[in-house]
Design a protein around this ligand. Sequence first.
Ligand code: PGA
Length: 251
Amino acid sequence: MTRRLLIAGNWKMNLSLTASIELAEGLKKVAAGINNLDIAVCPPSIYVQPVAAVLKGSNIGVGAQNVYFEQEGAFTGEISVGMLKDVGCQYVILGHSERRHILGESSELVNLKTHAALAAGLIPIVCVGELLKERETGTTEQVIQRQIDGSFSGVSAEDIRKCVIAYEPVWAIGTGKVATPDQAEDVHVAIRKMIEKNYNKEVAEIVRIQYGGSVNDKNAKEILAKPNVDGALVGGASLKVDPFLGIIKSV
Ligand code: PGA
């Protein structure tokens, strides 16, 4: 089974409009012709449209970092899947640990968003991962099992094939403490077993599982070489052309 790797940049709440456009233009130039993997960038929602306009027709997709599950109405401050589609979005990151832990987002809410994204034809990148104390107390798999079961509840076998799971150990995000390739592979294998248990083996072999957490152009090659690591969700190292290109090229 060969899964097509996905390298996605999560720009988080960084960059200005001008810097976002410059970064998109720079990436478009250097990534032209690279077609052995999928590439995406996820700008702050207010910059999704101008970045999508720059990347239109290129080999780089655009994603959002969050979305609301309702179609429209009195939900001040929220944006819908339809609005994201409207401005050229193909992906949406859901349940990032910063949303789970800073903004109190639950797997139940992530689940509603996952269903909404799938119904709209967006590819959800659903994030899961344990806290340092959960790893230290040996509960990593239980925590992730709960997040997987909750986030994908009611998602059909046909739909889960389209989803991407990002394993992001919270202790590795933005800390420079990357998981070792073996630590990542172990959890990715465990996640694949959970998908197999909830669905079946065929589906489990298709779902892409990215690693995220302090990935850079120096450590990417070794992590991405692991058979169950199907790409990376990259924060800090996605904010400049060269390190992000370095990660792409290490595939
Ligand atoms: P990082 O962030 O690469 O800066 O650790 C990854 C993420 O949070 O998606």
